[in-house]
Design a protein around this ligand. Structure first.
Ligand code: NAP
Length: 329
C-alpha cells in the first residue's frame, strides 16, 4: 500500500483527502515509480472542482511528477529500474507510488534534480509548445504574456526573452511585477489596476502585439483581443479566473481578422517523439541556465489542500512542489 491525495467528490480544497491506496503492479508497457515530488498546477484545481472531468471517483489528481523506477512490466524499452524519471499530463501524480505507461516517462538528466523536474515538466513543456511551436518566437517579436509571475509564467518569460522577444507581462501586484522583470519581462502591467490594452498600445506605438498568451481566461479575454495587431494570434490556454464566455466569431473579424487557438499540452506531446523532443528542448534551455526553474513553494504532499488554497488565492509565484515522505526537508 502507499499514500495518496484522493478526491471522492468535486469541491473546494477540503475534498482533498490523504488516504491509503494500492499502487498496483506494472503490466505490459508500464512502470512502477516511487515518486519523490509532484508538481502543483492550476489544472489540478480544475480537476478538483470539476471544471475538467476525472475519469472515475475516487480519483488521485495531479498531473506532474518525478521519481525513480522501481519495477517495469513486459516490453518496456523507454526506461529501466533505477532510472530517475519525470512526466506530465498523466492524471494521478499526488501519490507516493504509482503505475503508469512507460511511454509517458522521460529520463531526467543528471544536471536536473527531481524537485526541479517535478516543478517544470508540465509548465516547461507548456512554455515550449507555446513559444516554439504555436507561435515560434523570434528576435524582434513583442509578446504579451498574462500571469507572468506564475508557474508557466516565470518559465515562459525567461524563454521568450532568451528567444529574442520583447516581453510584456501582466501580474497581480507590484511584488510580482518585480519578480517578472527579474525573469525576462521588459515591461510589466499590474492588470488589477491598469488598463491592459491601453498600456500595450502605448508600449507598441499603437501597433499592438502579434501574439497574446492568455492563461487567465474570463477576466482578460476581451482585453487580450484588444491588444492584438490585425491578423494577430490569440492563444487562450487557461482559465485561472474562470472559463471564457461564449462569443460570436464576428468578434475576431471586427478586431482585424484575428486568429484564435485554445490549445492543450496533451495534444502537443501526443506521440513519444513529440514528448521526447519537447522535454529535450526544455532540458536543454534549463541546462544552459537561460531558463531557471524557480521553486518558490514546497509542501509535504499530504498538505496539498493548503497548496491549492494558496494557488487559488494568488499567493504563489513560480513553481510549487509537493514532496513525498522521506524527501521533506
Ligand atoms: N493549455 C495548456 O496546455 C496549459 C498547460 C499548463 C498550464 N495551463 C494554464 O496556465 C495557467 C497557469 O498555470 P500555473 O499552474 O502555472 O498557475 P499559476 O500561473 O502559477 O497561477 C495562476 C495565476 O493566475 C493569476 N490569476 C489571475 N486571475 C486569477 C484568479 N481569479 N484566480 C486565481 N489566479 C488568477 C494569478 O497571478 P496574478 O496574481 O499575477 O494575477 C495566479 O498566480 C493556468 O490557467 C493553467 O490552466 C494551460
Amino acid at each position: 500500500m502507499t499514500k495518496a491525495i484522493r478526491i471522492h467528490e468535486h469541491g473546494g480544497a477540503e475534498v482533498l483527502r490523504w488516504e491509503e491506496v494500492a499502487p498496483g503492479t506494472p503490466g505490459p508497457g508500464q512502470a512502477l515509480i516511487r515518486q519523490t515530488a509532484a508538481g502543483l498546477n492550476f489544472i489540478d484545481v480544475y480537476h478538483r472542482t470539476g471544471l475538467y472531468p476525472v475519469p472515475a471517483m475516487p480519483a488521485i489528481i495531479g498531473n506532474e511528477g518525478a521519481g525513480v523506477v522501481e519495477a517495469v512490466g513486459d516490453g518496456v524499452s523507454e526506461v529501466a529500474v533505477g532510472d530517475r524519471v519525470a512526466y506530465c499530463m498523466s492524471l494521478g501524480s499526488y501519490t507516493e507510488r504509482r503505475v503508469l505507461d512507460a511511454a509517458r516517462l522521460v529520463r531526467v538528466p543528471e544536471n536536473i534534480t527531481d524537485q526541479q523536474a517535478a516543478a517544470m515538466m508540465l509548465k516547461g513543456c507548456t512554455a515550449q509548445y507555446l513559444l516554439r511551436r504555436i507561435h515560434p518566437v523570434k528576435p524582434g517579436d513583442t509578446v504579451l504574456l498574462h500571469a507572468a509571475a506564475g508557474g508557466v509564467g516565470l518559465i515562459a518569460c525567461q524563454w521568450a526573452k532568451h528567444l529574442g522577444a520583447t516581453v510584456i507581462g501582466t501580474v497581480g501586484s507590484d511584488q510580482k511585477a518585480e519578480l517578472a522583470r527579474a525573469h525576462g519581462c521588459d515591461h510589466t502591467i499590474v492588470y488589477t489596476r491598469e488598463d491592459v490594452a491601453e498600456r500595450v498600445k502605448a508600449l507598441t506605438d499603437g501597433a499592438g502585439v502579434p501574439v497574446v498568451f492568455d492563461s487567465v481566461g474570463k477576466d482578460t479575454f476581451t482585453a487580450s483581443l484588444d491588444c492584438l495587431q490585425p491578423r494577430g494570434l490569440m492563444v487562450s490556454y487557461g482559465n485561472a479566473s474562470g472559463a471564457v464566455e461564449p462569443f460570436s466569431p464576428g468578434v475576431l473579424a471586427a478586431r482585424g481578422s484575428l486568429f484564435l487557438t485554445r490549445p492543450t499540452l496533451a495534444t502537443y506531446i501526443r506521440t513519444r517523439e513529440e514528448l521526447d523532443a519537447t522535454a529535450a528542448d526544455l532540458f536543454a534551455v534549463v541546462g544552459t541556465g537561460a531558463v531557471k526553474v524557480e521553486i518558490s513553494q514546497v509542501f509535504p504532499l499530504q498538505d496539498a489542500a493548503q497548496a491549492h488554497r494558496d494557488l487559488e488565492a494568488r499567493k504563489t509565484t513560480g513553481s510549487t512542489v509537493l514532496l513525498t515522505e522521506g524527501e521533506k526537508s
